[in-house]
Write a protein that binds this ligand. Sequence first.
Ligand SMILES: *Cc1c(COP(=O)(O)O)cnc(C)c1O
Length: 411
Amino acid sequence: MSGLLDSLGVRPLINAVGPATRLGSSTPSAEVLEAMAEAASVYVLTHELQAAAGAEIAALTGAEAAYVTNGAAAGLMLAAAACIAGDDPALMNRLPFADGMRGEIVIHRGQRIAYDHAFRAAGARLVEIGFADLTFPYELDAAIGERTAAVAYFSNSSANAIPLEQVVAIAHARGVPVILDASLAVPPVENLRRFADLGVDLVAVSGGKWIGGPAASGFLYGRADLIRSVALQQQDQDVRIETWHGAPLIADGTVAGPPHQGIGRALKVGKEEVAGLLAALRAYVARDHAADQARWEAAAQTVADALAAIPGVRARVLAADGRERGWPIAEIDLDEARLGLSAYDVVRALAAGEPSIALDEAVAWRAALRVTPTHLRAGEEQVVATALATALRGTDPSAAHSTHDRKDSKA
Ligand SMILES: *Cc1c(COP(=O)(O)O)cnc(C)c1O
């Protein structure tokens, strides 16, 4: 260890949130770092590396083709660009200004999430269907027109959306591709193949979230022609027609020539990320996923048990539901008045502690906290449990071990 972070005064924290870019995303394994170091030590043709990595990812997912991106958000942006511009380099060169192009992406109103900015960044205009909690299939059909580039879908939405299978069927009947944000859909690992089997045209996955790849990695997989468009728009195109590796595409009439550096050029993927993502994905698909789930459940239970006897606190383990969430969490409801503390106070207290602990505040608005155990290292669940118990008792840590009347905990 060089002690670089120390020299910067940046202290590591305990991640009880799960995958989060703002917390550093991932702690890649030694084998991932080794693959990155190997790639870092040489020069390669990036299009060759991408093609080889893409072929392996396609085989793993059951898709026609795949491409390594620098994250799922980048994947969504590239997917939109591919669906809008297709194989036309002149259109690629115009993005993100898609005026006059087939530039609309249809999306459930109930699936609008902050990451859909990625579609808009590519030049897409979003066309909403349905309402927050209900959408009918005919609404999708009615929204598709000659300006439609794609239909977007978010795998883990809680909205009462049209089922993905039906979305694919309706879109394909109209000759329109479907882009899926699957950032939160893996685990379970089986979803990777399921989405290809369903015929989703482009699936975006984050490499830094569950796969254990570098933070700035992810992948897209799906239809070969769309992945080709992604490659053309993402790769550095400081090339000449006379020597371009894509010359066969010109010869067979697929493209008129190389585009210039496109909107994807700013979404650069280093060879280190390609290598790291691939090493991580190989390891991920081979993992003992049942053992992971069991370990996460035990860690969540440790946290819930430590809080069970605290008056004004109700803690329980919520199992993976396989729909919105493929992993267990500990959810902790607070009687804020009784505790004299808000959920946000607890988040702030643990963040300010030593070691600093990051807690999931997604449900703090309804006086609840979540501990997602998936990115805790061995033993950290006990540190989180003790810190939470201390903060919620508002007393010294030794009080965490005293006994309380159990019925008090059902506040
Ligand atoms: C995290 C996330 C993304 C972005 O993933 P990155 O790999 O960090 O770019 C996109 N969509 C959803 C739903 C996410 O949770």
